[in-house]
Design a protein around this ligand. Structure first.
Ligand code: PLP
Length: 367
């Protein structure tokens, strides 16, 4: 089949070069699956929890078509995206703010909380790229260790609230551990904590789980902010587009810290997001492919005596304490990028789940 295909392709290319037929006439027919699983194994990028299959075909198409409108400002398209996000979440446009990735949303919340100085609380380890800015702006960082099994210690986080605490950050599922808070416990925690502080829940990886988002709670709770992104499940990390969801009054206050509200996203990235948000097929295919490759990776790592934390995301957290070869040297020699050690004590590291072929290559390198 594949040699017939390549023969057809070569013959067609010869006709094309003679100017006999247009190139599109010989496009290889699409398979049932909308995801192209072909993998370029050099280099293998397993560092940043990107989607190895994205952007979806619909997003690519929309982005390339809309490149031509890049001479115009993005207002119409951003309004359309905001309405679509609101509709999808049973909310209104006033509950949504767009940013160049959810990093911008995290930054805005940090800046908002820093206006009156004070402190903020987060787990250790968790996603903390944005905290340096928060500290530079004068907020004191309070860290609360994860539990033994690498979950958020919600009761310890409640106890850590000080009189000047402005905000608690919860990454659910947590990066780098892939653990998820039990929903009822998280809702109870939010109800309690938001009596005193803002709770910022980062749902960058929630689409890889079967847990429902918390967005429905923002209508009743002005101290709850949810950060979401198109970078992970939708495969648009390089397009830089994310959003925040909160009570309308809270969104209004945060928006005042953006010189141009919703203005930092490009026409191309908004077009990609608009196409992606409707692409349920791509989402369910990515979900299943990730689940399969994650299961394989955990089984194989455990076979190699590498202890893994059960993951609800597109990455796995594991301990290198019983692995007596040089993990990082092996990755480097084989052109695989992984992540550093997060907790020296126990030598905990993280690997992103790539395609099945990438994970097979990763395991081969470790053997
Ligand atoms: C938990 C978490 N939140 C937010 C981000 C930022 O993503 P982006 O700015 O691409 O939306 C990341 C990126 O890795 C992440 O892991």
């Amino acid at each position: 089949m594949s040699s017939r295909r390549s023969w057809l392709k070569q013959t067609s290319l010869a006709f094309v070069s003679l100017g006999i037929v247009p190139l599109e006439s010989f496009a290889i027919p699409k398979t049932e699956n909308s995801i192209n699983e072909e993998t370029n194994l050099n280099p293998i990028r397993l560092r940043s929890n990107e989607n190895p299959y994205g952007p979806s075909a619909l997003a690519r198409d929309a982005m390339s078509k809309n490149i031509n409108s890049s001479n115009r400002y993005n207002w119409d398209l951003t309004s359309e995206l905001i309405s679509k996000i609101a509709e999808k979440n049973n909310l209104v446009a006033e509950n949504i703010i767009l940013g160049a990735g959810s990093t911008e949303i995290l930054d805005l919340v940090a800046r908002y909380c820093a206006i009156n100085k004070g402190s903020f609380i987060l787990a250790d380890p968790t996603f903390n790229y944005w905290t340096e800015i928060a500290e530079k702006l004068g907020l004191k960082k309070i860290t609360v260790p994860l539990t033994e099994d690498k979950h958020h210690d919600l009761s310890a986080m409640l106890k850590a609230i000080e009189p000047d605490t402005r905000m608690i950050y919860i990454c659910n599922p947590n990066n780098p551990t892939g653990t998820i808070c039990e929903r009822e416990a998280l809702v109870n925690f939010i109800n309690e904590a938001t009596k005193k502080v803002i709770v910022l829940v980062d749902e960058a990886y929630i689409d890889f789980t079967n847990q429902k988002s918390l967005v429905n709670l923002v209508k009743e709770n002005k101290n709850l902010i949810i950060a979401k992104t198109f970078s992970k499940m939708y495969g648009l990390a390089g397009a830089r587009i994310g959003y925040g969801i909160a009570n309308s009054g809270t969104i209004e206050k945060i928006s005042q810290l953006q010189s141009w509200s919703n203005g930092s996203v490009s026409v191309a990235s908004v077009s990609g997001a608009l196409a992606s948000i409707k692409d349920d097929k791509f989402v369910s295919e990515t979900y299943l492919l990730n689940e399969k490759a994650r299961k394989y990776t955990i089984e194989q790592l455990e076979r190699l005596k590498i202890r893994c934390i059960p993951s609800h995301s597109n990455f796995v957290y594991f301990s290198l304490a019983n692995y007596n070869k040089d993990f990082f040297e092996r990755l480097e020699k084989n052109n695989i990028t992984g992540t550093k050690i997060y907790e020296e004590n126990g030598k905990w590291s993280r690997i992103t789940i790539g395609t099945m072929k990438e994970m097979q290559q990763f395991i081969k390198v470790l053997e």
